[in-house]
Design a protein around this ligand. Structure first.
Ligand SMILES: [Zn+2]
Length: 277
């Protein structure tokens, strides 16, 4: 059983052009000739539900969690309606909202009532600092309702600074909210792993393994996982930006114990998603 806690899909109609626009963003920030250093494609599969299911079959992923992002308040409702249709025994989607949306409390209550397990926030896309009053209030309300909040954390490959969800800001957010319902993508802060080790390791926040393998040293990845504790690490790929087969290969190369791997690839996710009795 392998659960991928970090994937992205879009409705059929917009999937192609959305990926094109995101790749354009990567090339604007990283340089026109930017490529993955192992030669893998920037997006390895069609960014649709069908594309996700086909890749899961190939990589033997049993369940994927989709994480949508509203980049303006007006998108929230249609994204959440689409997210609600992504519920079967192999996939489920979190909801989304825009942090400064004055309607956010109602949206959170509504998502909880509709059976969502959590929401995704992307402070970088949403230009709201992770320790802003709006996000503190969202995390608290979600905690009261039993909802998880997944954050994009650290720098973003396709968006310029400032960094809206640095490990330092996430630490402040966790200190203000308790941090138990916070999941930080990219091992706590993409390209900011020294700061993760200073500020986030040892706190209650959960970290995922998405989209780090080409950027972090194996030693540092293993050290973060070990010091933070495998009980607070989730397997996530960031598919279609990384093939979960590659994420798994990277994870298996770190020399973790079978018990640690079982927690990261399955047990922690089952617990957070309420799949165990
Ligand atoms: Zn992602």
């Amino acid at each position: 059983m392998l659960i991928d806690f970090h994937t992205h899909i879009f409705p059929e109609k917009i999937a192609g052009r959305t990926i094109e626009a995101l790749i354009k963003g990567i090339k604007t920030v990283q340089g026109e000739d930017y490529e993955n250093r192992d030669g893998s494609p920037l997006a390895f599969r069609p960014a649709t539900l069908a594309g996700l299911l086909a890749s899961m079959e190939k990589s033997r992923v049993d369940m994927s969690v989709c994480l949508p992002i509203a980049t303006k308040p007006s998108q929230t409702e249609s994204i959440n309606r689409f997210a609600e249709t992504v519920r079967n025994e192999k996939t489920l989607s979190f909801g989304t909202l825009y942090p400064t949306d004055p309607d956010r409390d109602r949206i959170i209550d509504d998502l909880a009532a509709r059976g969502f397990r959590g929401i995704k926030l992307h402070p970088q896309f949403q230009q709201t600092f992770a320790d802003s009053p709006e996000i503190i209030s969202i995390v608290r309300r979600c905690a009261e309702l039993g909802l998880l909040v997944v954050f994009h954390a650290g720098m973003d490959i396709g968006l310029p600074p400032p960094v809206y969800a640095s490990p330092e800001r996430i630490r402040r957010l966790a200190d203000r909210t308790g941090g138990e319902n916070i999941i930080c993508a990219h091992l706590g802060g993409w390209q900011m792993w020294d700061e993760v080790e200073k500020r986030l390791v040892g706190t209650p926040v959960v970290l995922d393994t998405a989209f780090v393998r080409l950027f972090i040293s194996s030693e540092q990845a293993k050290r973060i996982i070990r010091t933070h504790g495998a009980r607070k690490i989730l397997f996530g790929s960031d598919s279609p930006w990384e093939d979960p087969a590659d994420t798994l290969k990277f994870l298996l190369s770190l020399g973790l114990t079978d018990e640690e791997l079982m927690l990261i690839t399955r047990k922690n996710a089952e617990k957070l998603l309420g799949l165990t009795v």
